[in-house]
Design a protein around this ligand. Structure first.
Ligand SMILES: NC(=O)c1ccc[n+]([C@@H]2O[C@H](COP(=O)([O-])OP(=O)(O)OC[C@H]3O[C@@H](n4cnc5c(N)ncnc54)[C@H](OP(=O)(O)O)[C@@H]3O)[C@@H](O)[C@H]2O)c1
Length: 271
């Protein structure tokens, strides 16, 4: 039996970065729970594929090509969602970018000094730094700004921000990434207070070690995987579906008294 409060029947959910990885699984799990999905991202082929998977689950999917760093495209995403479905119940800010480079090249480098996200020992450029900030922080801001008037007017809505274990602890060579995710955790708390009087819940999911393209270098078979697993108290990689299930919880009636929280799915890393 599925409890009524966990259902997303009749809800409309926007997922950014829906074409692969965690975004794809979040979109599919939300659809399984009953939601219609706006699949947003930059790669048409992968978005069309996920839209077909949503439709096979008996739900409606709308693909919207969206670069979350572009205000005009984000506004068009929200307008298309409203034109298609007439309402937006949930926004999932999932799109993210990780660039693994030190702030300056590290002299006399030994292998333990950089983290293992495919790091190269050359300085991250200003342009790369800005692209990480724009994707991970400006993007969620633009999406909230575009969807906000609709949710505020309806006195109803849920926002789920995808942060990272890197919001809660430092990692060498992904300073830009960790800084943006920690900022997004605070964005979550602060906007939760700003919009609480309007019955809008804003929470965050902080994953770690789910095998996707973003962290493929640390999940390759052999030594890299062994090292990764040795740092995870539960001793295994995450199952992507668990992120989808937590997203459903944060999107449904059952979590209505929770706002401003960051929930970590990290196998015990932060503990
Ligand atoms: N996997 C993990 O263990 C883990 C851990 C901590 C946090 N996260 C977070 O989880 C989220 C999903 O990451 P993932 O692991 O699924 O990585 P991924 O496979 O690299 O997926 C990243 C997604 O973001 C989209 N994206 C990137 N820049 C975008 C932009 N400017 N506009 C629109 N979409 C954009 C990509 O789509 P296109 O390139 O096709 O546009 C892709 O769908 C990210 O926020 C990431 O920081 C993941």
């Amino acid at each position: 039996m599925v409890l009524r409060e966990f259902s997303l029947d009749g809800k409309v959910v926007i997922v950014t970065g829906a074409g692969r990885g965690l975004g794809r699984v979040i979109a599919l799990t939300m659809a399984e729970a009953g939601a219609d999905i706006v699949c947003a991202g930059r790669t048409p082929a992968s978005l069309e594929a996920i839209a077909r998977e949503v439709q096979e689950l008996g739900r409606t999917a709308q693909v919207v090509l969206t670069d979350v760093t572009r205000a005009d495209q984000v506004e068009a995403m929200v307008q298309t969602a409203l034109d298609t479905f007439g309402q937006i119940d949930v926004l999932v800010n999932n799109a993210g970018l990780l660039i693994a480079k030190p702030i300056v090249p590290l002299p006399d480098l030994n292998s333990g000094r950089l983290s293992r996200f495919g790091s190269v020992n050359e300085a991250i450029t200003e342009e790369e730094w800005r692209s990480v900030v724009d994707t991970n922080l400006l993007g969620p801001f633009l999406c909230c700004q575009a969807v906000g008037p609709h949710m505020l007017e309806r006195r109803s809505g849920k926002v789920v921000n995808v942060i990272s274990v890197a919001a809660g602890k430092g990692y060498p060579s992904i300073v830009s990434y960790g800084a943006t995710k920690a900022a997004l955790a605070n964005f979550t708390r602060s906007l939760a207070l700003e919009w609480a009087p309007y019955n809008i819940n804003i929470n965050a999911i902080g994953p770690a070690n789910f095998p996707t393209r973003m962290n493929a270098p640390i999940h390759q078979e052999g030594r890299a995987l062994e090292q990764t697993l040795s740092r995870i108290p539960l001793g295994r990689l995450g199952d992507l579906r668990h992120v989808g299930l937590l997203a459903v919880y944060l999107a449904c009636e059952a979590s209505s008294y929770m706002t401003g929280q960051s929930m970590y799915l990290d196998g015990g890393v932060l503990a």
